[in-house]
Design a binder for this molecule. Structure first.
Ligand code: COA
Length: 282
């Protein structure tokens, strides 16, 4: 509970959902706000995201979390505008002079795991560069909506690095070994259209439709039972963590346990009575 930790580097906008059930639900939109540095992730942003994740997990009214990047500022007279960016990676200036001993604690408790471990649905709303740690934020979300002009990539190889926020593993799981290997080894970017074609992006929309599309997805998820949707997320995640036969058993356990919930009774009765389910969240 408590107030959302809105900061300069992470703007938090809470949008009430008309169809939320139980009522009172909201979609929380988090805008990473360092457009002059293409919204790259410095220590301040990382701390803000972690605090926001803790808040979102504890506040029952939060149903869906949407991540996005701030639009570019107006350029000063005579200067070129910065490009559109979701997140152009970790802030590379913070890597300068770092040893493995210094970097280790940052990656032991990293921001991507905080996002990944959210039990509520997450959506990345991408318009522009989603590179390195930025692509890893998108990959740590459950769904991705992007514009054709977006650019996804893992360019760490060009810095003498590899992805460190789970990118190698999540790309393999989402796209398969061959495509993941090419992206990680080449460091080349792909645009939003190609990302959509290969399944990295769920929905491809023009920039002026991006927010409406992301909000439509979020509102649909917010209209489900908050308990059941957490169980659905956990069940699909089991496919990543476990061998097939163990995953089948995990799904069966989760499915059967739902028969003891109020919301399963409510959902079944609503169907039988041609009524709208008013979820309790239990
Ligand atoms: N970390 C820190 N600063 C970054 C950054 C990052 N990951 N990505 C961009 N910036 C900064 C630039 O240094 C520049 O700052 P300045 O205007 O104060 O000099 C500003 O953002 C704009 O970037 P710029 O490189 O001038 O824009 P561009 O349109 O020429 O190129 C990119 C855009 C995305 C191709 C280029 O910025 C880039 O390659 N960024 C790094 C991407 C990366 O390797 N990410 C993985 C990090 S692990």
């Amino acid at each position: 509970m408590g107030a959302p930790p809105d900061t300069d580097v992470l703007r938090i906008e809470n949008v009430p959902v008309g169809t939320a059930s139980p009522a009172g639900g909201m979609v929380t939109i988090w805008t990473i706000n360092r457009p002059d540095k293409l919204n790259s992730l410095n220590a301040e942003v990382n701390a803000a995201i972690k605090a926001a994740c803790a808040w979102a997990e504890s506040d029952d009214d939060v149903r869906v979390i949407v991540f996005t990047g701030a639009s570019p500022n107006e350029p000063p007279e005579g200067k070129r505008a910065k490009p559109n960016s979701f997140v152009a990676g970790a802030d590379i200036s913070e890597f300068e002079g770092m040893s493995s001993v210094q970097i280790r604690p940052i990656f032991d408790d990293n921001v991507w795991e905080h996002i990944w471990n959210l039990s509520k649905p997450t959506i990345a709303m991408v318009d522009g560069f989603a590179l390195g740690g930025g692509s890893e934020i998108a990959l740590s979300c459950d769904l991705r909506v992007a514009t054709p002009r977006s650019k996804f990539g893992t360019p760490e190889i060009n810095l003498g690095l590899i992805p460190g926020g789970g990118g190698t593993q999540r790309l393999c799981r989402l796209l398969g070994y061959g495509r993941a290997m090419e992206m990680v080894m080449s460091g080349d970017n792909i645009d939003g259209t190609e990302a959509h074609r290969i399944g990295l992006v769920n929905h491809l929309v023009e920039p002026d439709e991006l927010r409406d599309k992301a909000m439509a997805l979020a509102e649909n998820l917010a209209s489900k039972s908050p308990h059941t949707i957490r169980v659905a997320k956990a069940a699909v995640r089991a496919a990543l963590e476990q061998p097939f036969s163990a995953g089948i058993l995990a799904e069966r356990d989760l499915f059967c346990a739902l028969f003891d919930t109020a919301d399963m009774e409510i959902g079944v009765q609503a169907f039988l009575n041609r009524d709208t389910a008013e979820w309790t969240g239990a």
